[in-house]
Ligand binder design. Structure first.
Ligand code: HEC
Length: 138
């Protein structure tokens, strides 16, 4: 039988290290990484500014810039456009994350965005989690 103290000395540093790592990497959640996201735990909360806007900058703003008549995804405007002022706003529905237009277009429905092909699944998952967590301007 394993003595409780030995078990504590074994488990505690590992649990503490896991929390420490989760905290220090949370700013890089849009990168490929070992973190598995599970909605509901604070360590996994997605930030619009740190996790979502960088995806727009990388994949969307060449077309969805100031000149785009429907949806401007530049940092100045993206949040307001998605929630309120875009052509078919709201594009994100916390009450129906999978049905949100933003999520649907990322998955090729009715057309693929970006047109060149889907962004990495990990990034689409971040968008879905961000919507599930309330689509906050955080
Ligand atoms: C190569 C240019 C291009 C890129 C890159 C691009 N889009 Fe688009 N997007 C378009 C065009 C053009 C339309 C309008 C298509 C139409 O309505 O027929 C559109 C339409 C959309 C719409 C629907 C807008 C509406 O109200 O009808 C959404 C949502 C969207 N794009 C999201 C994105 C996202 C998110 C990205 C980045 C992950 C992205 N797009 C990247 C060109 C692009």
């Amino acid at each position: 039988m394993i003595k409780p103290l030995r078990m504590f000395r074994f488990a505690f540093p590992r649990i503490a290290a896991a929390f420490f790592l989760a905290g220090s990497f949370s700013a890089c959640e849009s990168d490929e990484g070992p973190l598995v996201k599970d909605p509901g735990t604070p360590a996994d909360s997605i930030s619009f500014a740190n996790d979502i806007q960088p995806l727009f900058n990388a994949y969307c703003t060449p077309c969805h810039g100031a000149a785009n008549q429907k949806l401007n995804l530049l940092p100045c405007c993206s949040y307001e456009q998605l929630l309120l002022t875009g052509f078919r706003a709201p594009y994100v529905l916390p009450s129906n994350p999978e049905g949100s237009l933003l999520y649907q277009y990322l998955n090729g429905n009715p057309i693929q965005m970006p047109p060149s092909g889907p962004i990495p699944p990990h990034d689409i998952e971040s968008v879905l989690l961000w919507i599930r967590q309330g689509a906050k301007n955080n």
